[in-house]
Design a protein around this ligand. Structure first.
Ligand code: ADP
Ligand code: ADP
Length: 228
């Protein structure tokens, strides 16, 4: 479902962030992407939601080669791939409800449909009672749950998470993992870049280690493998 063949990424400044990347991630997998800072993890996952394009090689998502994707079909791809960030990236002037509804409103759904879907999704992340709040009135863990709700509102087949627990205390990080595991158990593929050694070593999943722009390890139930 996500396939990279001989992918290379050079940034305009000449930095070669990735080189010779070959990887297949199947539907329903949960994958951690680990590695030192600057190794290329973010670049690797940005390719999957077309935030960055490869300099050479091919990327195929759900059978579509990204290079062949017409600009007008990019929004469709994006709807099928939810993204969660370390710093949440919620819109500060919109309420929780509005932040989550945003992705549906773009689709011109009916108000009643939007309201039902948003409240169901807020219920799923345990924050129905915070619908009227603004993001900065919530804790970090709550903001991350809202950003997860926003990411899954369109039922994407893939959820990409770039260090989703990076700004959270350990207890809150485990709560976020519970939610991600629940989403994964419903069939959504999850690709999560992380520096959280405890989580990777405790909730065993496939581990892809990126070092110096290459895949250094790919283990079915791997460990974190670095000191921190
Ligand atoms: P990681 O997520 O593992 O920390 P990144 O993918 O962010 O690694 O970065 C890999 C390499 O690419 C680093 O050398 C970084 O400085 C460089 N890099 C990342 N983004 C850009 C960019 N937009 N322009 C130029 N160089 C970049
Ligand atoms: P209500 O409180 O309207 O009977 P809910 O309990 O489902 O219905 O609503 C929960 C929260 O979501 C409330 O704060 C409500 O104001 C908010 N909300 C519902 N629909 C919308 C909307 N279309 N836009 C913004 N906020 C909404």
């Amino acid at each position: 479902m996500i396939e990279m063949k001989d992918v290379e990424k050079r940034y305009p400044n000449g930095v070669r962030a990735l080189n010779g990347i070959d990887i297949t991630i199947k539907k329903g997998e949960f994958v951690y992407v680990v590695g030192p800072s600057g190794a290329g993890k973010s670049t690797f996952i940005k390719m999957m939601y077309r935030e960055e394009k490869p300099s050479s090689g091919t990327i195929t998502i759900n059978g579509t080669r990204l290079a062949d994707l017409k600009e007008k079909h990019v929004p469709h791809l994006r709807r099928n791939i939810g993204v969660v960030f370390q710093d949440f990236k919620l819109l500060p002037t919109l309420t929780v409800f509005e932040n989550v509804a945003f992705a549906l409103e773009v689709l011109e759904e009916k108000r009643t449909v939007i309201k039902k879907r948003v409240m169901e999704t807020l219920g799923f992340v345990g924050l129905k009672n915070k619908a009227r709040f603004l993001p900065d009135e919530l804790s970090g863990g709550e903001q991350q749950r809202i950003s997860i709700a926003r990411a899954i509102i369109n039922n994407p087949s893939v959820l990409i998470a770039d260090e989703p627990t990076g700004n959270l205390d350990p207890d809150t990080a485990w709560e976020i993992m519970d939610i991600l595991e629940e989403i994964n158990s419903q069939g959504t593929t999850i690709v999560m870049a992380t520096h959280n050694k405890d989580i990777v070593n405790t909730i065993k999943k496939r581990v892809i280690a990126v070092e110096n722009g290459r895949i250094a390890r790919d283990e079915r139930r791997g460990g974190y493998g670095y000191e921190r």
